[in-house]
Design a protein around this ligand. Structure first.
Ligand SMILES: Cc1ncc(COP(=O)(O)O)c(C=O)c1O
Length: 401
């Protein structure tokens, strides 16, 4: 493929880290995962980081933990405000825990939740907002945080697509009461599979830590407030206190994560250089709506929505990309309301959902990588220039270059 969606970001350091762990014989969770968690918490300036088996697992364990907080726990039937564009496993734990979803449309330019509609989405049952920064581009997290504080709501930040991004100098993935990250292969750092839950709330951290491993007590420090330790080691060794999971990562994932994290800033810099080229070639072209950066994006990928005001045939564009060996996908799974699985959800919408449907029907993304993509992006421009022919009365207007 000439221009793939993702590529490996590993070097010798990661391979050596793998070898060290294998040689040590300690393959299940241990000191490398612990070290990665400490490095991660320090890097992002959060009190606690918990590595889990995937970003999806981080969302699941995070939602589960909120149901067991001593004060103000989430309860079945509570409402959560969500954007209609996100990954499926942003929503699944909400459904699995009996929460009601209230969808608020996205802005077409940023592809993030339109926060001007938050107040109208609020009901007496609202308990939480799920904020998602799409493909590296920060959501208006400061506005969402202030809204949550004003109304006593939890903020759950699913930052699985935007590691390394920031808003007003504050890293994405630190605005929420719970924040989640993915370290799956194509993401900003890769531990093959993997995810991280980050929080400043020590009670939530202990709840999540127990739920990551069978709901047992073994990994909890003696001063935890989530249970009272008894003076009998025999029963304490296998003591179950919460209906949890096994969402633990492997030791090799932790070891690779340590090396990848050291490279994150450089990776993001290169991604941003590619983005500068992408923007210079596509900004001002009326045929394409590209993602407008809000804050400092870590540019997971490049999105293009075929402007509904210009009659370009989506099929012809997709065919041309395929023929040119350029990988593409619907934007983050498209509009979640359009998927069959929605029939299992209790939900409604606050206002009309318009932009998410446009992005679903007329949007796609191509990859960004932490390597120089000058040739690939130039080729993308040529291919799209030829394939995206405006039909009907709308003439193509090129306003940049
Ligand atoms: C917004 C969002 N949340 C959650 C996930 C799930 O992460 P993982 O693939 O590590 O399970 C993804 C995956 O890309 C995502 O984009």
């Amino acid at each position: 493929m000439f221009y793939d969606l993702a590529s490996s970001t590993w070097g010798d350091e990661e391979l050596q880290a793998l070898q060290r762990v294998i040689a040590s014989g300690q393959l299940t969770i241990g000191s490398h995962v612990r070290q990665f968690e400490e490095d991660f918490a320090r890097k992002f300036g959060v009190k606690h980081a918990l590595m889990v088996s995937s970003g999806s697992a981080a969302n699941l364990v995070g939602v589960a933990a909120l149901f067991h907080k001593r004060e103000r726990p989430l309860q079945r039937g509570d409402e959560v405000i969500v954007p209609p564009i996100s990954w499926a496993t942003t929503y699944y734990p909400l459904q699995q825990y009996g929460l009601r979803l209230r969808f608020v449309d996205v802005e077409l330019e940023t592809l993030n939740m339109d926060v001007s509609q938050l107040e109208r989405a609020l009901t007496p049952r609202t308990r939480m907002v799920m904020a998602v920064s799409i493909l590296g581009n920060p959501c208006a997290l400061d506005v969402v945080r202030a809204f949550c504080d004003r109304h006593g709501l939890y903020l759950f930040e699913d930052n699985c697509e935007s590691m390394g991004a920031s808003l007003n100098g504050k890293p994405c993935g630190t605005f929420g009461d719970i924040n989640t990250f993915s370290t799956f292969f194509s993401h900003h750092i890769s531990t093959m599979e993997g995810g991280v839950l980050a929080t400043d709330d020590t009670e939530l951290y202990h709840l999540a830590r127990s739920m990551r491993a069978h709901g047992w007590t073994r990994d909890l420090p003696p001063d935890t407030t989530i249970y009272e330790r008894r003076d009998d080691d025999f029963f304490e060794a296998y003591r179950f206190i919460l209906p949890g999971y096994n969402a633990r990562p492997l030791e090799i994932e932790g070891a690779v994560g340590i090396e990848q994290l050291k490279k994150l800033d450089r990776f993001v810099e290169i991604r941003r250089q590619n983005a500068a080229l992408f923007r210079s070639l596509f900004e001002g072209d009326e045929r394409f709506i590209i993602q407008r950066e809000h804050g400092r994006s870590s540019w997971f990928a490049f999105t293009l929505v075929l402007n509904p005001a210009v009659a370009v045939d989506r099929r012809a564009v997709m065919d041309a990309l395929k023929q040119a060996g350029i990988g593409y996908r619907i934007i983050t799974g498209g509009c979640f309301l359009r998927h069959d699985v929605i029939k299992y959800f209790d939900y409604d919408t606050a206002g009309e959902i318009v932009h998410a449907h446009v992005a679903h029907d007329r949007g796609f993304f191509v990859g960004n990588h932490p390597t120089d993509l000058t040739l690939q992006i130039q080729r993308l421009r040529e291919v799209l220039d030829r394939a995206a022919v405006a039909r009907g009365t709308h003439a193509f207007v090129q306003t940049s270059e």
